[in-house]
Write a new protein. Structure first.
Length: 262
């Protein structure tokens, strides 16, 4: 799973304290059920998508996703809660320069958005064959960081194009239920003596004829008069909707193969 980054153009806030000290930094890193800007596709995050990620992640509070500008950490001074609106974070004050700087930059309006880094465990794509596909993230794999950003923006064009190309390529791979099936022109299926035999490949007619000869040779001796009557009678058991002309063409090819063996 590849790391992705998403941003929202909603600023965080800083708690106001009567004594003038710096309060908690609060914000929504993830907003559920909100359409993204056009990234070549429209994306939304389904409610509850972050639930499992919260249990398996060690999340940091970072300014602009920069690990050098860490101001909080889950289990230390960062609390994250999921509600129907999305994923909310609260970073309580800690006596570090980074926390104080981020809080002041949020309070003064220098940091105007929020963002988070994550991986995707499950998603659903729709309308991939159109110019307006949609992606719904139903389960986030891991959350790496949350926090304010200077320039809230969605992925650059190259990232979005890669995601869309990968989704379209994956859709073209048939599932087991959609595995390709042979057409009548590609496979010959015969029923002989209550047994079914299937032949494919360029030599399918020759091998079908060989099977008929094999069964003839293994049958009991016959007189010249009744040999033809008792010879195995091959029947095409492909799609019943196949036209009679197509059946006759296949039998003709098998009979030609038999004649070559005489």
């Amino acid at each position: 799973m590849k790391k992705e980054v998403r941003s929202i153009n909603i600023p965080a806030s800083v708690e106001k304290r009567d004594d003038g000290t710096t309060g908690s930094i609060t914000g929504y890193a993830i907003v559920y059920d909100k359409d993204s800007e056009d990234m070549g596709f429209i994306e939304r995050i389904a409610p509850g998508a972050a639930k499992k990620a919260l249990e398996r992640s060690d999340i940091r509070g970072l300014k602009n996703h920069d690990p050098n500008l860490i101001f909080a950490r889950q289990g230390v001074n960062l609390e994250l809660t999921e509600d129907k609106g999305g994923l909310k974070y609260v970073a309580t004050p800690i006596d570090t320069r980074n926390f104080k700087d981020v809080a002041e930059e949020v309070r003064s309006g220098l940091l105007t958005g929020q963002s988070f880094g994550f991986t995707v465990e499950k998603d659903e794509w729709r309308d991939l064959e159109t110019d307006h596909p949609t992606r719904t993230i139903t389960e986030i794999g891991e959350i790496y960081d949350v926090g304010p950003v200077s320039y809230p923006a969605y992925p650059d064009t190259s990232v979005a194009v890669r995601l869309l190309d990968e989704a379209r390529a994956a859709q073209e791979i048939p599932s087991e239920e959609e595995a390709p099936t042979f057409t009548l022109a590609e496979v010959v299926t015969l029923t002989l003596d209550d047994e079914t035999y299937t032949f494919d490949g360029d030599d399918r007619f020759d091998r079908a004829a060989e099977k008929i000869e094999e069964l003839r040779a293994s049958s009991s001796p016959k007189t010249a008069d009744d040999a033809d009557a008792d010879d195995p009678d091959p029947k095409i058991t492909e799609d019943e909707a196949v036209e009679e002309e197509a059946r006759n063409d296949i039998m003709e090819k098998i009979n030609e193969a038999l004649e070559r063996k005489l």
